[in-house]
Design a binder for this molecule. Structure first.
Ligand SMILES: Cc1cc2nc3c(=O)[nH]c(=O)nc-3n(C[C@H](O)[C@H](O)[C@H](O)COP(=O)(O)OP(=O)(O)OC[C@H]3O[C@@H](n4cnc5c(N)ncnc54)[C@H](O)[C@@H]3O)c2cc1C
Length: 344
């Protein structure tokens, strides 16, 4: 397997400092488990919770969650991939597909030494929200080529804040905002806010959150911004000799934009289906189709509440949860949104 990555090793995984994953995810998908003291480990916590719009009610939703330094954790996964036989070329940016008899047979890419090509039985687009390979497909190749518009994107602002007093980890569903740790210090929280439409709207939501929580009283350590797809995935994730995965396939939770678990659910299935297809020496869309069937089924099971909400159009900002009764009902219904991340 050959990976081409447009960034240098130093820049890889630096788009933000920390990502949150449940510990169950690390075990389920057999990716490296890290422990306190490891460079990849930032903190662990179990005390999640939802809060009502007025911040008068809070409903605890315990889940064992670990904070990982993304750059360090990505480097650890790269190390394991290399040990398993993968090859990675850095500063290598996808330019275009190579076709043989009308089917993808490789890619051309740009490097500091000039243009190069690589041929492969199957090409997988893991290029994130920009999805240049998917968008470069010829019309009719089998996967939608849309470019994400402002309303398809969750604009996330993370303010790393040092408060005077300890703060609870909380998700405000109505403003799609949250307090999550960035260290084991209970005074240090990431104030996260996301909105479709642009960063200006995410800033408005941040201001709303500050007003209801009355917690503008903090020292700002740093701010990070980023985007994550916030719309349905393409109808098919596969075409002849080609698979899309991760943010390129818009595989994110439609209520908060987190994408790592959804991507791993799909990749887990894709690996098994692709393995069988390679053994049959048949990498056509039909041969890979089980990835679509199984992925959508599994993603529905793993994120059925999210899928339900997306289906009802609730993934649009501000159309989520209106009152405390509804939060309460969802809580009684089995743990609300946080409950799904651990399940598959
Ligand atoms: C602020 C923020 C916080 C988040 N927090 C969480 C969280 O706590 N938990 C969670 O589950 N999710 C979180 N997410 C979402 C998560 O980051 C994404 O869903 C996930 O990173 C998607 O992984 P990916 O590999 O598909 O894409 P990416 O992580 O974007 O990786 C794509 C890679 O492809 C490379 N690339 C891009 N274009 C090319 C090209 N043309 N040629 C070669 N290489 C290319 C990029 O350099 C990059 O290394 C967050 C997102 C944001 C914006």
């Amino acid at each position: 397997m050959k990976i081409i990555e447009k960034l240098s090793p130093e820049k890889l995984g630096t788009k933000m400092d920390i990502v949150h994953l449940t510990k169950t995810d690390l075990e389920t998908f057999d990716i490296p488990t890290v422990h306190e003291g490891d460079p990849e480990w930032a903190f662990e916590f179990t005390d999640n919770g939802f809060a009502s719009p007025s911040n008068m009610f809070r409903f605890p939703v315990p889940a064992e969650t670990v904070g990982l330094h993304l750059h360090e954790y990505t480097a650890l996964m790269v190390k394991e991939a290399l040990e398993a036989g993968a090859e990675i070329e850095y500063e290598a940016a996808f330019r275009e597909f190579i076709f043989t008899d009308g089917h993808i047979s490789g890619v051309r890419y740009d490097t500091p030494e000039g243009e190069k090509e690589v041929f492969a039985k199957v090409v997988v687009d893991c290029s994130g929200a920009d999805a240049l390979p998917r968008r470069s497909l010829p019309n009719g190749y089998g996967i939608e080529r849309f470019k994400l518009a402002d309303d398809d994107v969750f604009y996330v602002i993370l303010r790393y804040a040092r408060f005077r007093e300890p703060q609870q980890n909380t998700f405000w569903l109505n403003t799609k905002s949250w307090f999550a740790p960035f260290s084991m210090n209970e005074n240090e929280k990431i104030i996260g806010t996301g909105a479709t439409g642009g960063y200006a709207r995410a800033e408005e939501e941040a201001a709303k959150l500050d007003s209801v929580t009355s917690r503008g009283d903090f020292e700002l350590v740093k701010t990070e911004k980023g985007i994550t797809p916030f719309r349905r995935p393409p109808y098919s994730l596969v075409a002849d000799n080609f698979i899309i995965a991760g943010d390129s396939a818009c595989l994110t939770k439609p209520d908060c934009g987190e994408g790592i678990t959804s991507s791993m659910v799909m990749i887990d299935i894709a690996v098994k289906v692709l393995d069988e297809a390679l053994n049959r020496d048949d990498i056509t869309k039909e041969s890979l189709w089980e990835i679509n069937r199984a992925s959508y089924f599994q993603l529905e099971i793993s994120g059925r509440r999210h899928a339900d909400r997306a289906g009802r159009g609730e993934n649009r900002h501000g159309n989520f949860i209106r009152d405390t009764e509804e939060i309460s009902e969802r809580q009684n219904d089995g743990g609300g949104s946080f409950g799904y991340a651990a399940g598959r």
